[in-house]
Design a protein around this ligand. Structure first.
Ligand code: AHR
Length: 481
């Protein structure tokens, strides 16, 4: 059973069901989302394959040679509460007429159900909204919601929300929002030193992970899986519940179950739906969205558990079965061939690209950091891009001559900085990779760091011709994770 079939069976039917990845009902065969392409302004709906996953090949064909943004995420529920690019609110966006920007359609390639599909990658300035909904809880009615998001792509800007918000786009006060939020929470002074992200309830004028305007020492930070599910239920009168889980395995963890904060009971929801922004159209947040649903009524824990099982069954980020080849969807490792370093692999190290030794005894984190997913070249389909296994949506890309592993922001510059064309290894072993827009610059390791180094020498120390042919040649091998 799919999430909204489960909620329906438990008498808390979905009143919103959004996903660019899959259908959330077993019998939904309508469109999942709509694209608009830059070249001619044409729009196209993306539907589902027979097994309910997005037909992303349609997107690839429609957007070939140009760029597309996601203009609409269809509501699969009978309420038709579709999300479109937010028109702005108290805070205006940078789009025309103060609207926000749409997410770049190919910024977040992932594997789900064995298919390559796309998530919604929100950077600051982007957001979606529907101010005229049907069936969504208002004025103290109970509701529940969840979203599948990312534990590695986030920031601390307001507000990476999915859920219920003001119909005016203005902050109308405590309890006028009821949205699940994934962020590094800087709201409360004693949260500011917390190392990671949390799941909160955005109830307006406050992100709450319990019922106080402060950090709960035990629950303000959760784990950081690449795919996480975040859950909020609110009975609208007295209490709310927050949970989270790894979206790829395991059970739900309760963060908080108890009374609403003072001043928030009863709730005053207004029934708009937001994604990636705050109730007043604050749009400083970053995050990833893969699927989410909202219910009428307070879902049972049994229903939540069954929905979590359905999410795990998707196999978010699971292997495609392609391994060690430069084919989109394949997972690989890149091993250095220079005599110094033949046990070293190109890896992500907190956003920097490095080479370090990796063995079968290495920590799982290190193995994941040394594993790359091959994607269609973001700037040229004939070339490739390298997505971090541990950080979906983050790509190996050039930044000031140094290669780093950073979220793809959809800009033309970022596309070419993350696209490499493959050729036979310059020393006769493995492969070498040159930048698509600067063919004399090759991926090179030099004193442990990874650069785009010039062929034939250059002004930077890492352009030196000594060891150049070895330093730019890498063995493409099986993934470590
Ligand atoms: O509650 C946090 C945020 O505060 C809301 O999302 C926004 O409307 C307000 O700025």
């Amino acid at each position: 059973q799919k999430p909204c079939d489960i909620y329906a069976a438990w008498n808390t039917p979905c009143v919103a069901a959004h996903s660019t990845v899959r259908s959330l009902y077993a019998n939904y065969s309508g469109p999942l989302y709509q694209l608009k392409r830059a070249s001619d302004g044409a729009v196209r709906n993306i539907g589902v394959l027979a097994d309910g996953y997005a037909n992303a090949a349609t997107q690839d064909a429609f957007c070939a040679g140009t760029t597309c943004v996601i203009t609409k995420i269809y509501d699969q529920s009978p309420k038709h509460n579709d999300l479109t690019i937010s028109l702005g609110g108290r805070y205006k966006g940078t789009g025309s007429d103060g609207s926000d920007l749409g997410a770049v359609a190919d910024a977040l390639p992932i594997t789900a159900g064995g298919h390559q599909v796309y998530g919604v990658s929100i950077s600051p300035g982007m957001g979606y909204r529907n101010n005229r909904t049907s069936g969504v809880a208002v004025r103290g009615k109970p509701e529940g919601m969840y979203m599948v998001s990312s534990g590695t792509h986030f920031n601390s800007g307001c507000c990476f929300d999915y859920g219920n918000a003001e119909t005016s786009g203005m902050d109308t006060g405590a309890g006028h929002m009821d949205a699940v939020n994934v962020t590094k929470d800087l709201s409360w002074v004693d949260c500011r030193n917390a190392p990671g992200l949390g799941v909160q309830a955005d109830l307006e004028n406050g992100l709450f992970h319990w019922n106080k305007r402060s950090c709960h020492p035990a629950t303000n930070v959760i784990g950081a899986p690449p795919f996480l599910s975040a859950w909020l239920k609110n009975n609208g009168q007295t209490s709310f519940v927050l949970k989270w889980a790894d979206a790829r395995s395991g059970k739900l963890n309760t963060i908080y179950a108890g009374v609403l904060p003072a001043g928030y009971a009863p709730m005053h929801q207004e029934g708009a739906i937001i994604l990636g922004i705050g109730g007043d159209n604050s749009h400083a947040s970053a995050g990833s969205f893969f699927e989410g649903a909202m219910t009428a009524g307070f879902p049972t824990d049994s229903a939540d558990n069954a929905v979590q099982s359905s999410i795990v069954a998707v196999g978010y980020g699971a292997r495609t079965g392609l391994s060690g080849v430069l084919t989109p969807g394949a997972e690989i490792s890149l091993r250095a061939t220079t005599a110094c370093c033949t046990g070293d692999y190109v890896r992500n190290q907190n956003g920097a690209a490095m080479i370090t030794p990796i063995t079968s005894n290495s920590a799982e984190q290190d193995k994941g950091d040394a594993t790359w997913i091959i994607r269609h070249g973001l700037a040229d389909n004939a070339c490739v891009s390298f997505e971090s296994r541990n950080n979906p949506g983050a790509f190996l890309q050039l930044q000031n001559s140094v290669l780093r592993v950073q979220p793809f922001d959809g800009t033309t510059q970022s596309r070419s900085d993350a696209t490499f064309c493959t050729q036979v290894g310059k020393n006769g072993r493995g492969s070498s990779f040159n930048l698509v827009n600067d063919p004399k610059k090759y991926i090179r390791h030099y004193y442990g760091k990874v650069y785009a180094a010039n062929d034939g020498g250059g002004k930077n120390s890492w352009d030196t011709t000594a060891h150049w042919i070895d330093d730019v040649s890498f063995i493409v091998g099986p993934p470590w994770a």
